[in-house]
Design a protein around this ligand. Structure first.
Ligand SMILES: [Zn+2]
Length: 407
């Protein structure tokens, strides 16, 4: 038996009866994490909440105002998952989350139309498709789609929408009925029971499908083919948006354009060029900063080397410094003078380097790591690593000077 949502996909409410309600667990993704929820599996005499199938995700909605968290297919039955139990044999009022469902109907019917025309015009067969959160894609059995072919496909798809062709489901009650076998399909699922359903787009396509569809292509409003992306081996993922998603996408794109115009100081058609120029400029500046930082390290070490009365410890902190900056100083400082060098946020975390005679390093190592809450290792006569408490920098300095005065 077909479900009411398959007979009339435009039904928003329905009364039915609870056939069974059993305790169960359901795996859901909540805030990106897999979680197991305790609840109930509810089967009704009939439903307008579509379970997953044909690439279309499940519906959401309510049963007597109790939220349905998931709907799955088991044979010809839809299994509703709720956190509250429902009494068996009692009447139940079903409401579908129409906003979500109509969006699914638009993307799903859009996919049928694009797949049918990609096949008939270019001989690109559809191997799978994905209805995503913001955009969807159709996996086509072709290594690439040329820009002009993409344009032709988009134009033809939208001409069919403009013509307002009808979309009708046809039911075949017998698996051996030769008529349904004429319809294009990828075969029946192993657990298929009940009538076979073929969805027909007037003059365009017949396709075996269990999903919910629009009754007319005019309800699709329009389709935008966003482009072809490299898919699995030798395939292309054709990314698209249909119906209200086209307007949503345009709205988001316009917001980005509006925000970028003052930043890049130019209109939409110049923004890629301007962004490219800005990034290249930034990379050149970064390279020049790095070179200057290297030169600065050499100069700082030389200045110290030229001092007549050198202090017993060379200590310096440079926020913008890096490991290479510290290595250069450690190499350039003469006479085995101990160095304590740090980079990063003065009150936060950064990098450190400590060097000097082997005995000094051995003595100082433990305490320095402790004060800096550091993580690191000693190699080649240098102790270096990450410092999590640079606010203790002056403490370390004091400790090191004290250690040096004792030796
Ligand atoms: Zn379908």
């Amino acid at each position: 038996m077909a479900l009411s949502c398959q007979k009339d996909s435009y039904l928003k409410e329905l009364n039915s009866k609870v056939v069974c309600c059993e305790k169960a667990q359901c795996q859901m993704i909540i805030n990106g994490k897999k979680s197991k929820i305790n609840g109930f599996e509810v089967i009704l005499e009939d439903t307008i909440l579509f379970p997953e199938g044909g690439g279309q995700p499940y519906d959401l909605g309510t049963l007597n105002d109790i939220p349905v968290l998931k709907v799955t297919r088991r044979g010809d039955k839809a299994v509703h998952f709720t956190e509250t139990d429902l009494e068996v044999s009692k009447d139940v009022h079903i409401k579908v989350d129409w906003h979500r469902r109509f969006d699914h109907m638009q993307q799903h019917t859009g996919q049928h139309l694009i797949s049918a025309l990609a096949e008939s015009i270019f001989n690109f067969s559809t191997t799978s498709w994905n209805l995503g959160e913001k955009t969807s894609f159709i996996e086509l059995d072709t290594p690439e789609i040329k820009d002009k072919d993409l344009q032709q496909l988009e134009d033809t798809v939208n001409e069919k929408i403009l013509a307002g062709l009808s979309v009708t489901p046809q039911l075949f009650y017998d698996k051996d009925d030769p008529e349904w076998k004429k319809a294009s399909c990828r075969g029946l699922p192993a657990d298929h029971v009940g009538p076979i359903r073929v969805v027909r787009i007037e003059d365009v396509d017949n396709n075996l499908c269990c999903g919910t569809h629009l009754s007319s292509l005019s309800h699709l409003q329009c389709i935008k083919l966003l482009g072809g992306e490299k898919g699995k081996k030798g395939k292309t993922n054709l990314v698209f948006v249909a119906g209200k998603r086209v307007l949503d996408y345009l709205g988001r794109s316009y917001s980005v354009e509006k925000a970028l115009t003052p930043i890049l100081n130019g209109p939409l058609d110049k923004q890629v060029e301007l962004a490219d120029k800005a990034i290249k400029g930034l990379k050149a500046s970064q390279k020049s900063c790095t070179n200057l930082l290297r030169d600065l390290a050499v100069m700082e070490a030389r200045l110290f080397n030229m001092m007549v009365d050198k202090p017993p410890l060379y200590s310096i902190h440079r926020k913008e410094g890096d490991n290479e900056y510290m290595n250069i100083i450690a190499t350039e400082i003469e006479d085995d003078t101990p160095c304590f060098l740090t980079t990063g946020e003065e009150k936060g975390s950064g990098m450190f380097l400590l060097c000097g005679p082997p005995q000094f390093l051995t003595q100082a190592q433990k305490k320095v790591m402790e004060l800096l809450e550091g993580k690191g290792a000693c190699s080649g006569g240098r102790l270096r690593g990450k410092a999590n408490k640079l606010s203790n920098r002056s403490e370390v300095e004091k400790y090191l000077l004290n250690l040096l005065s004792e030796s």
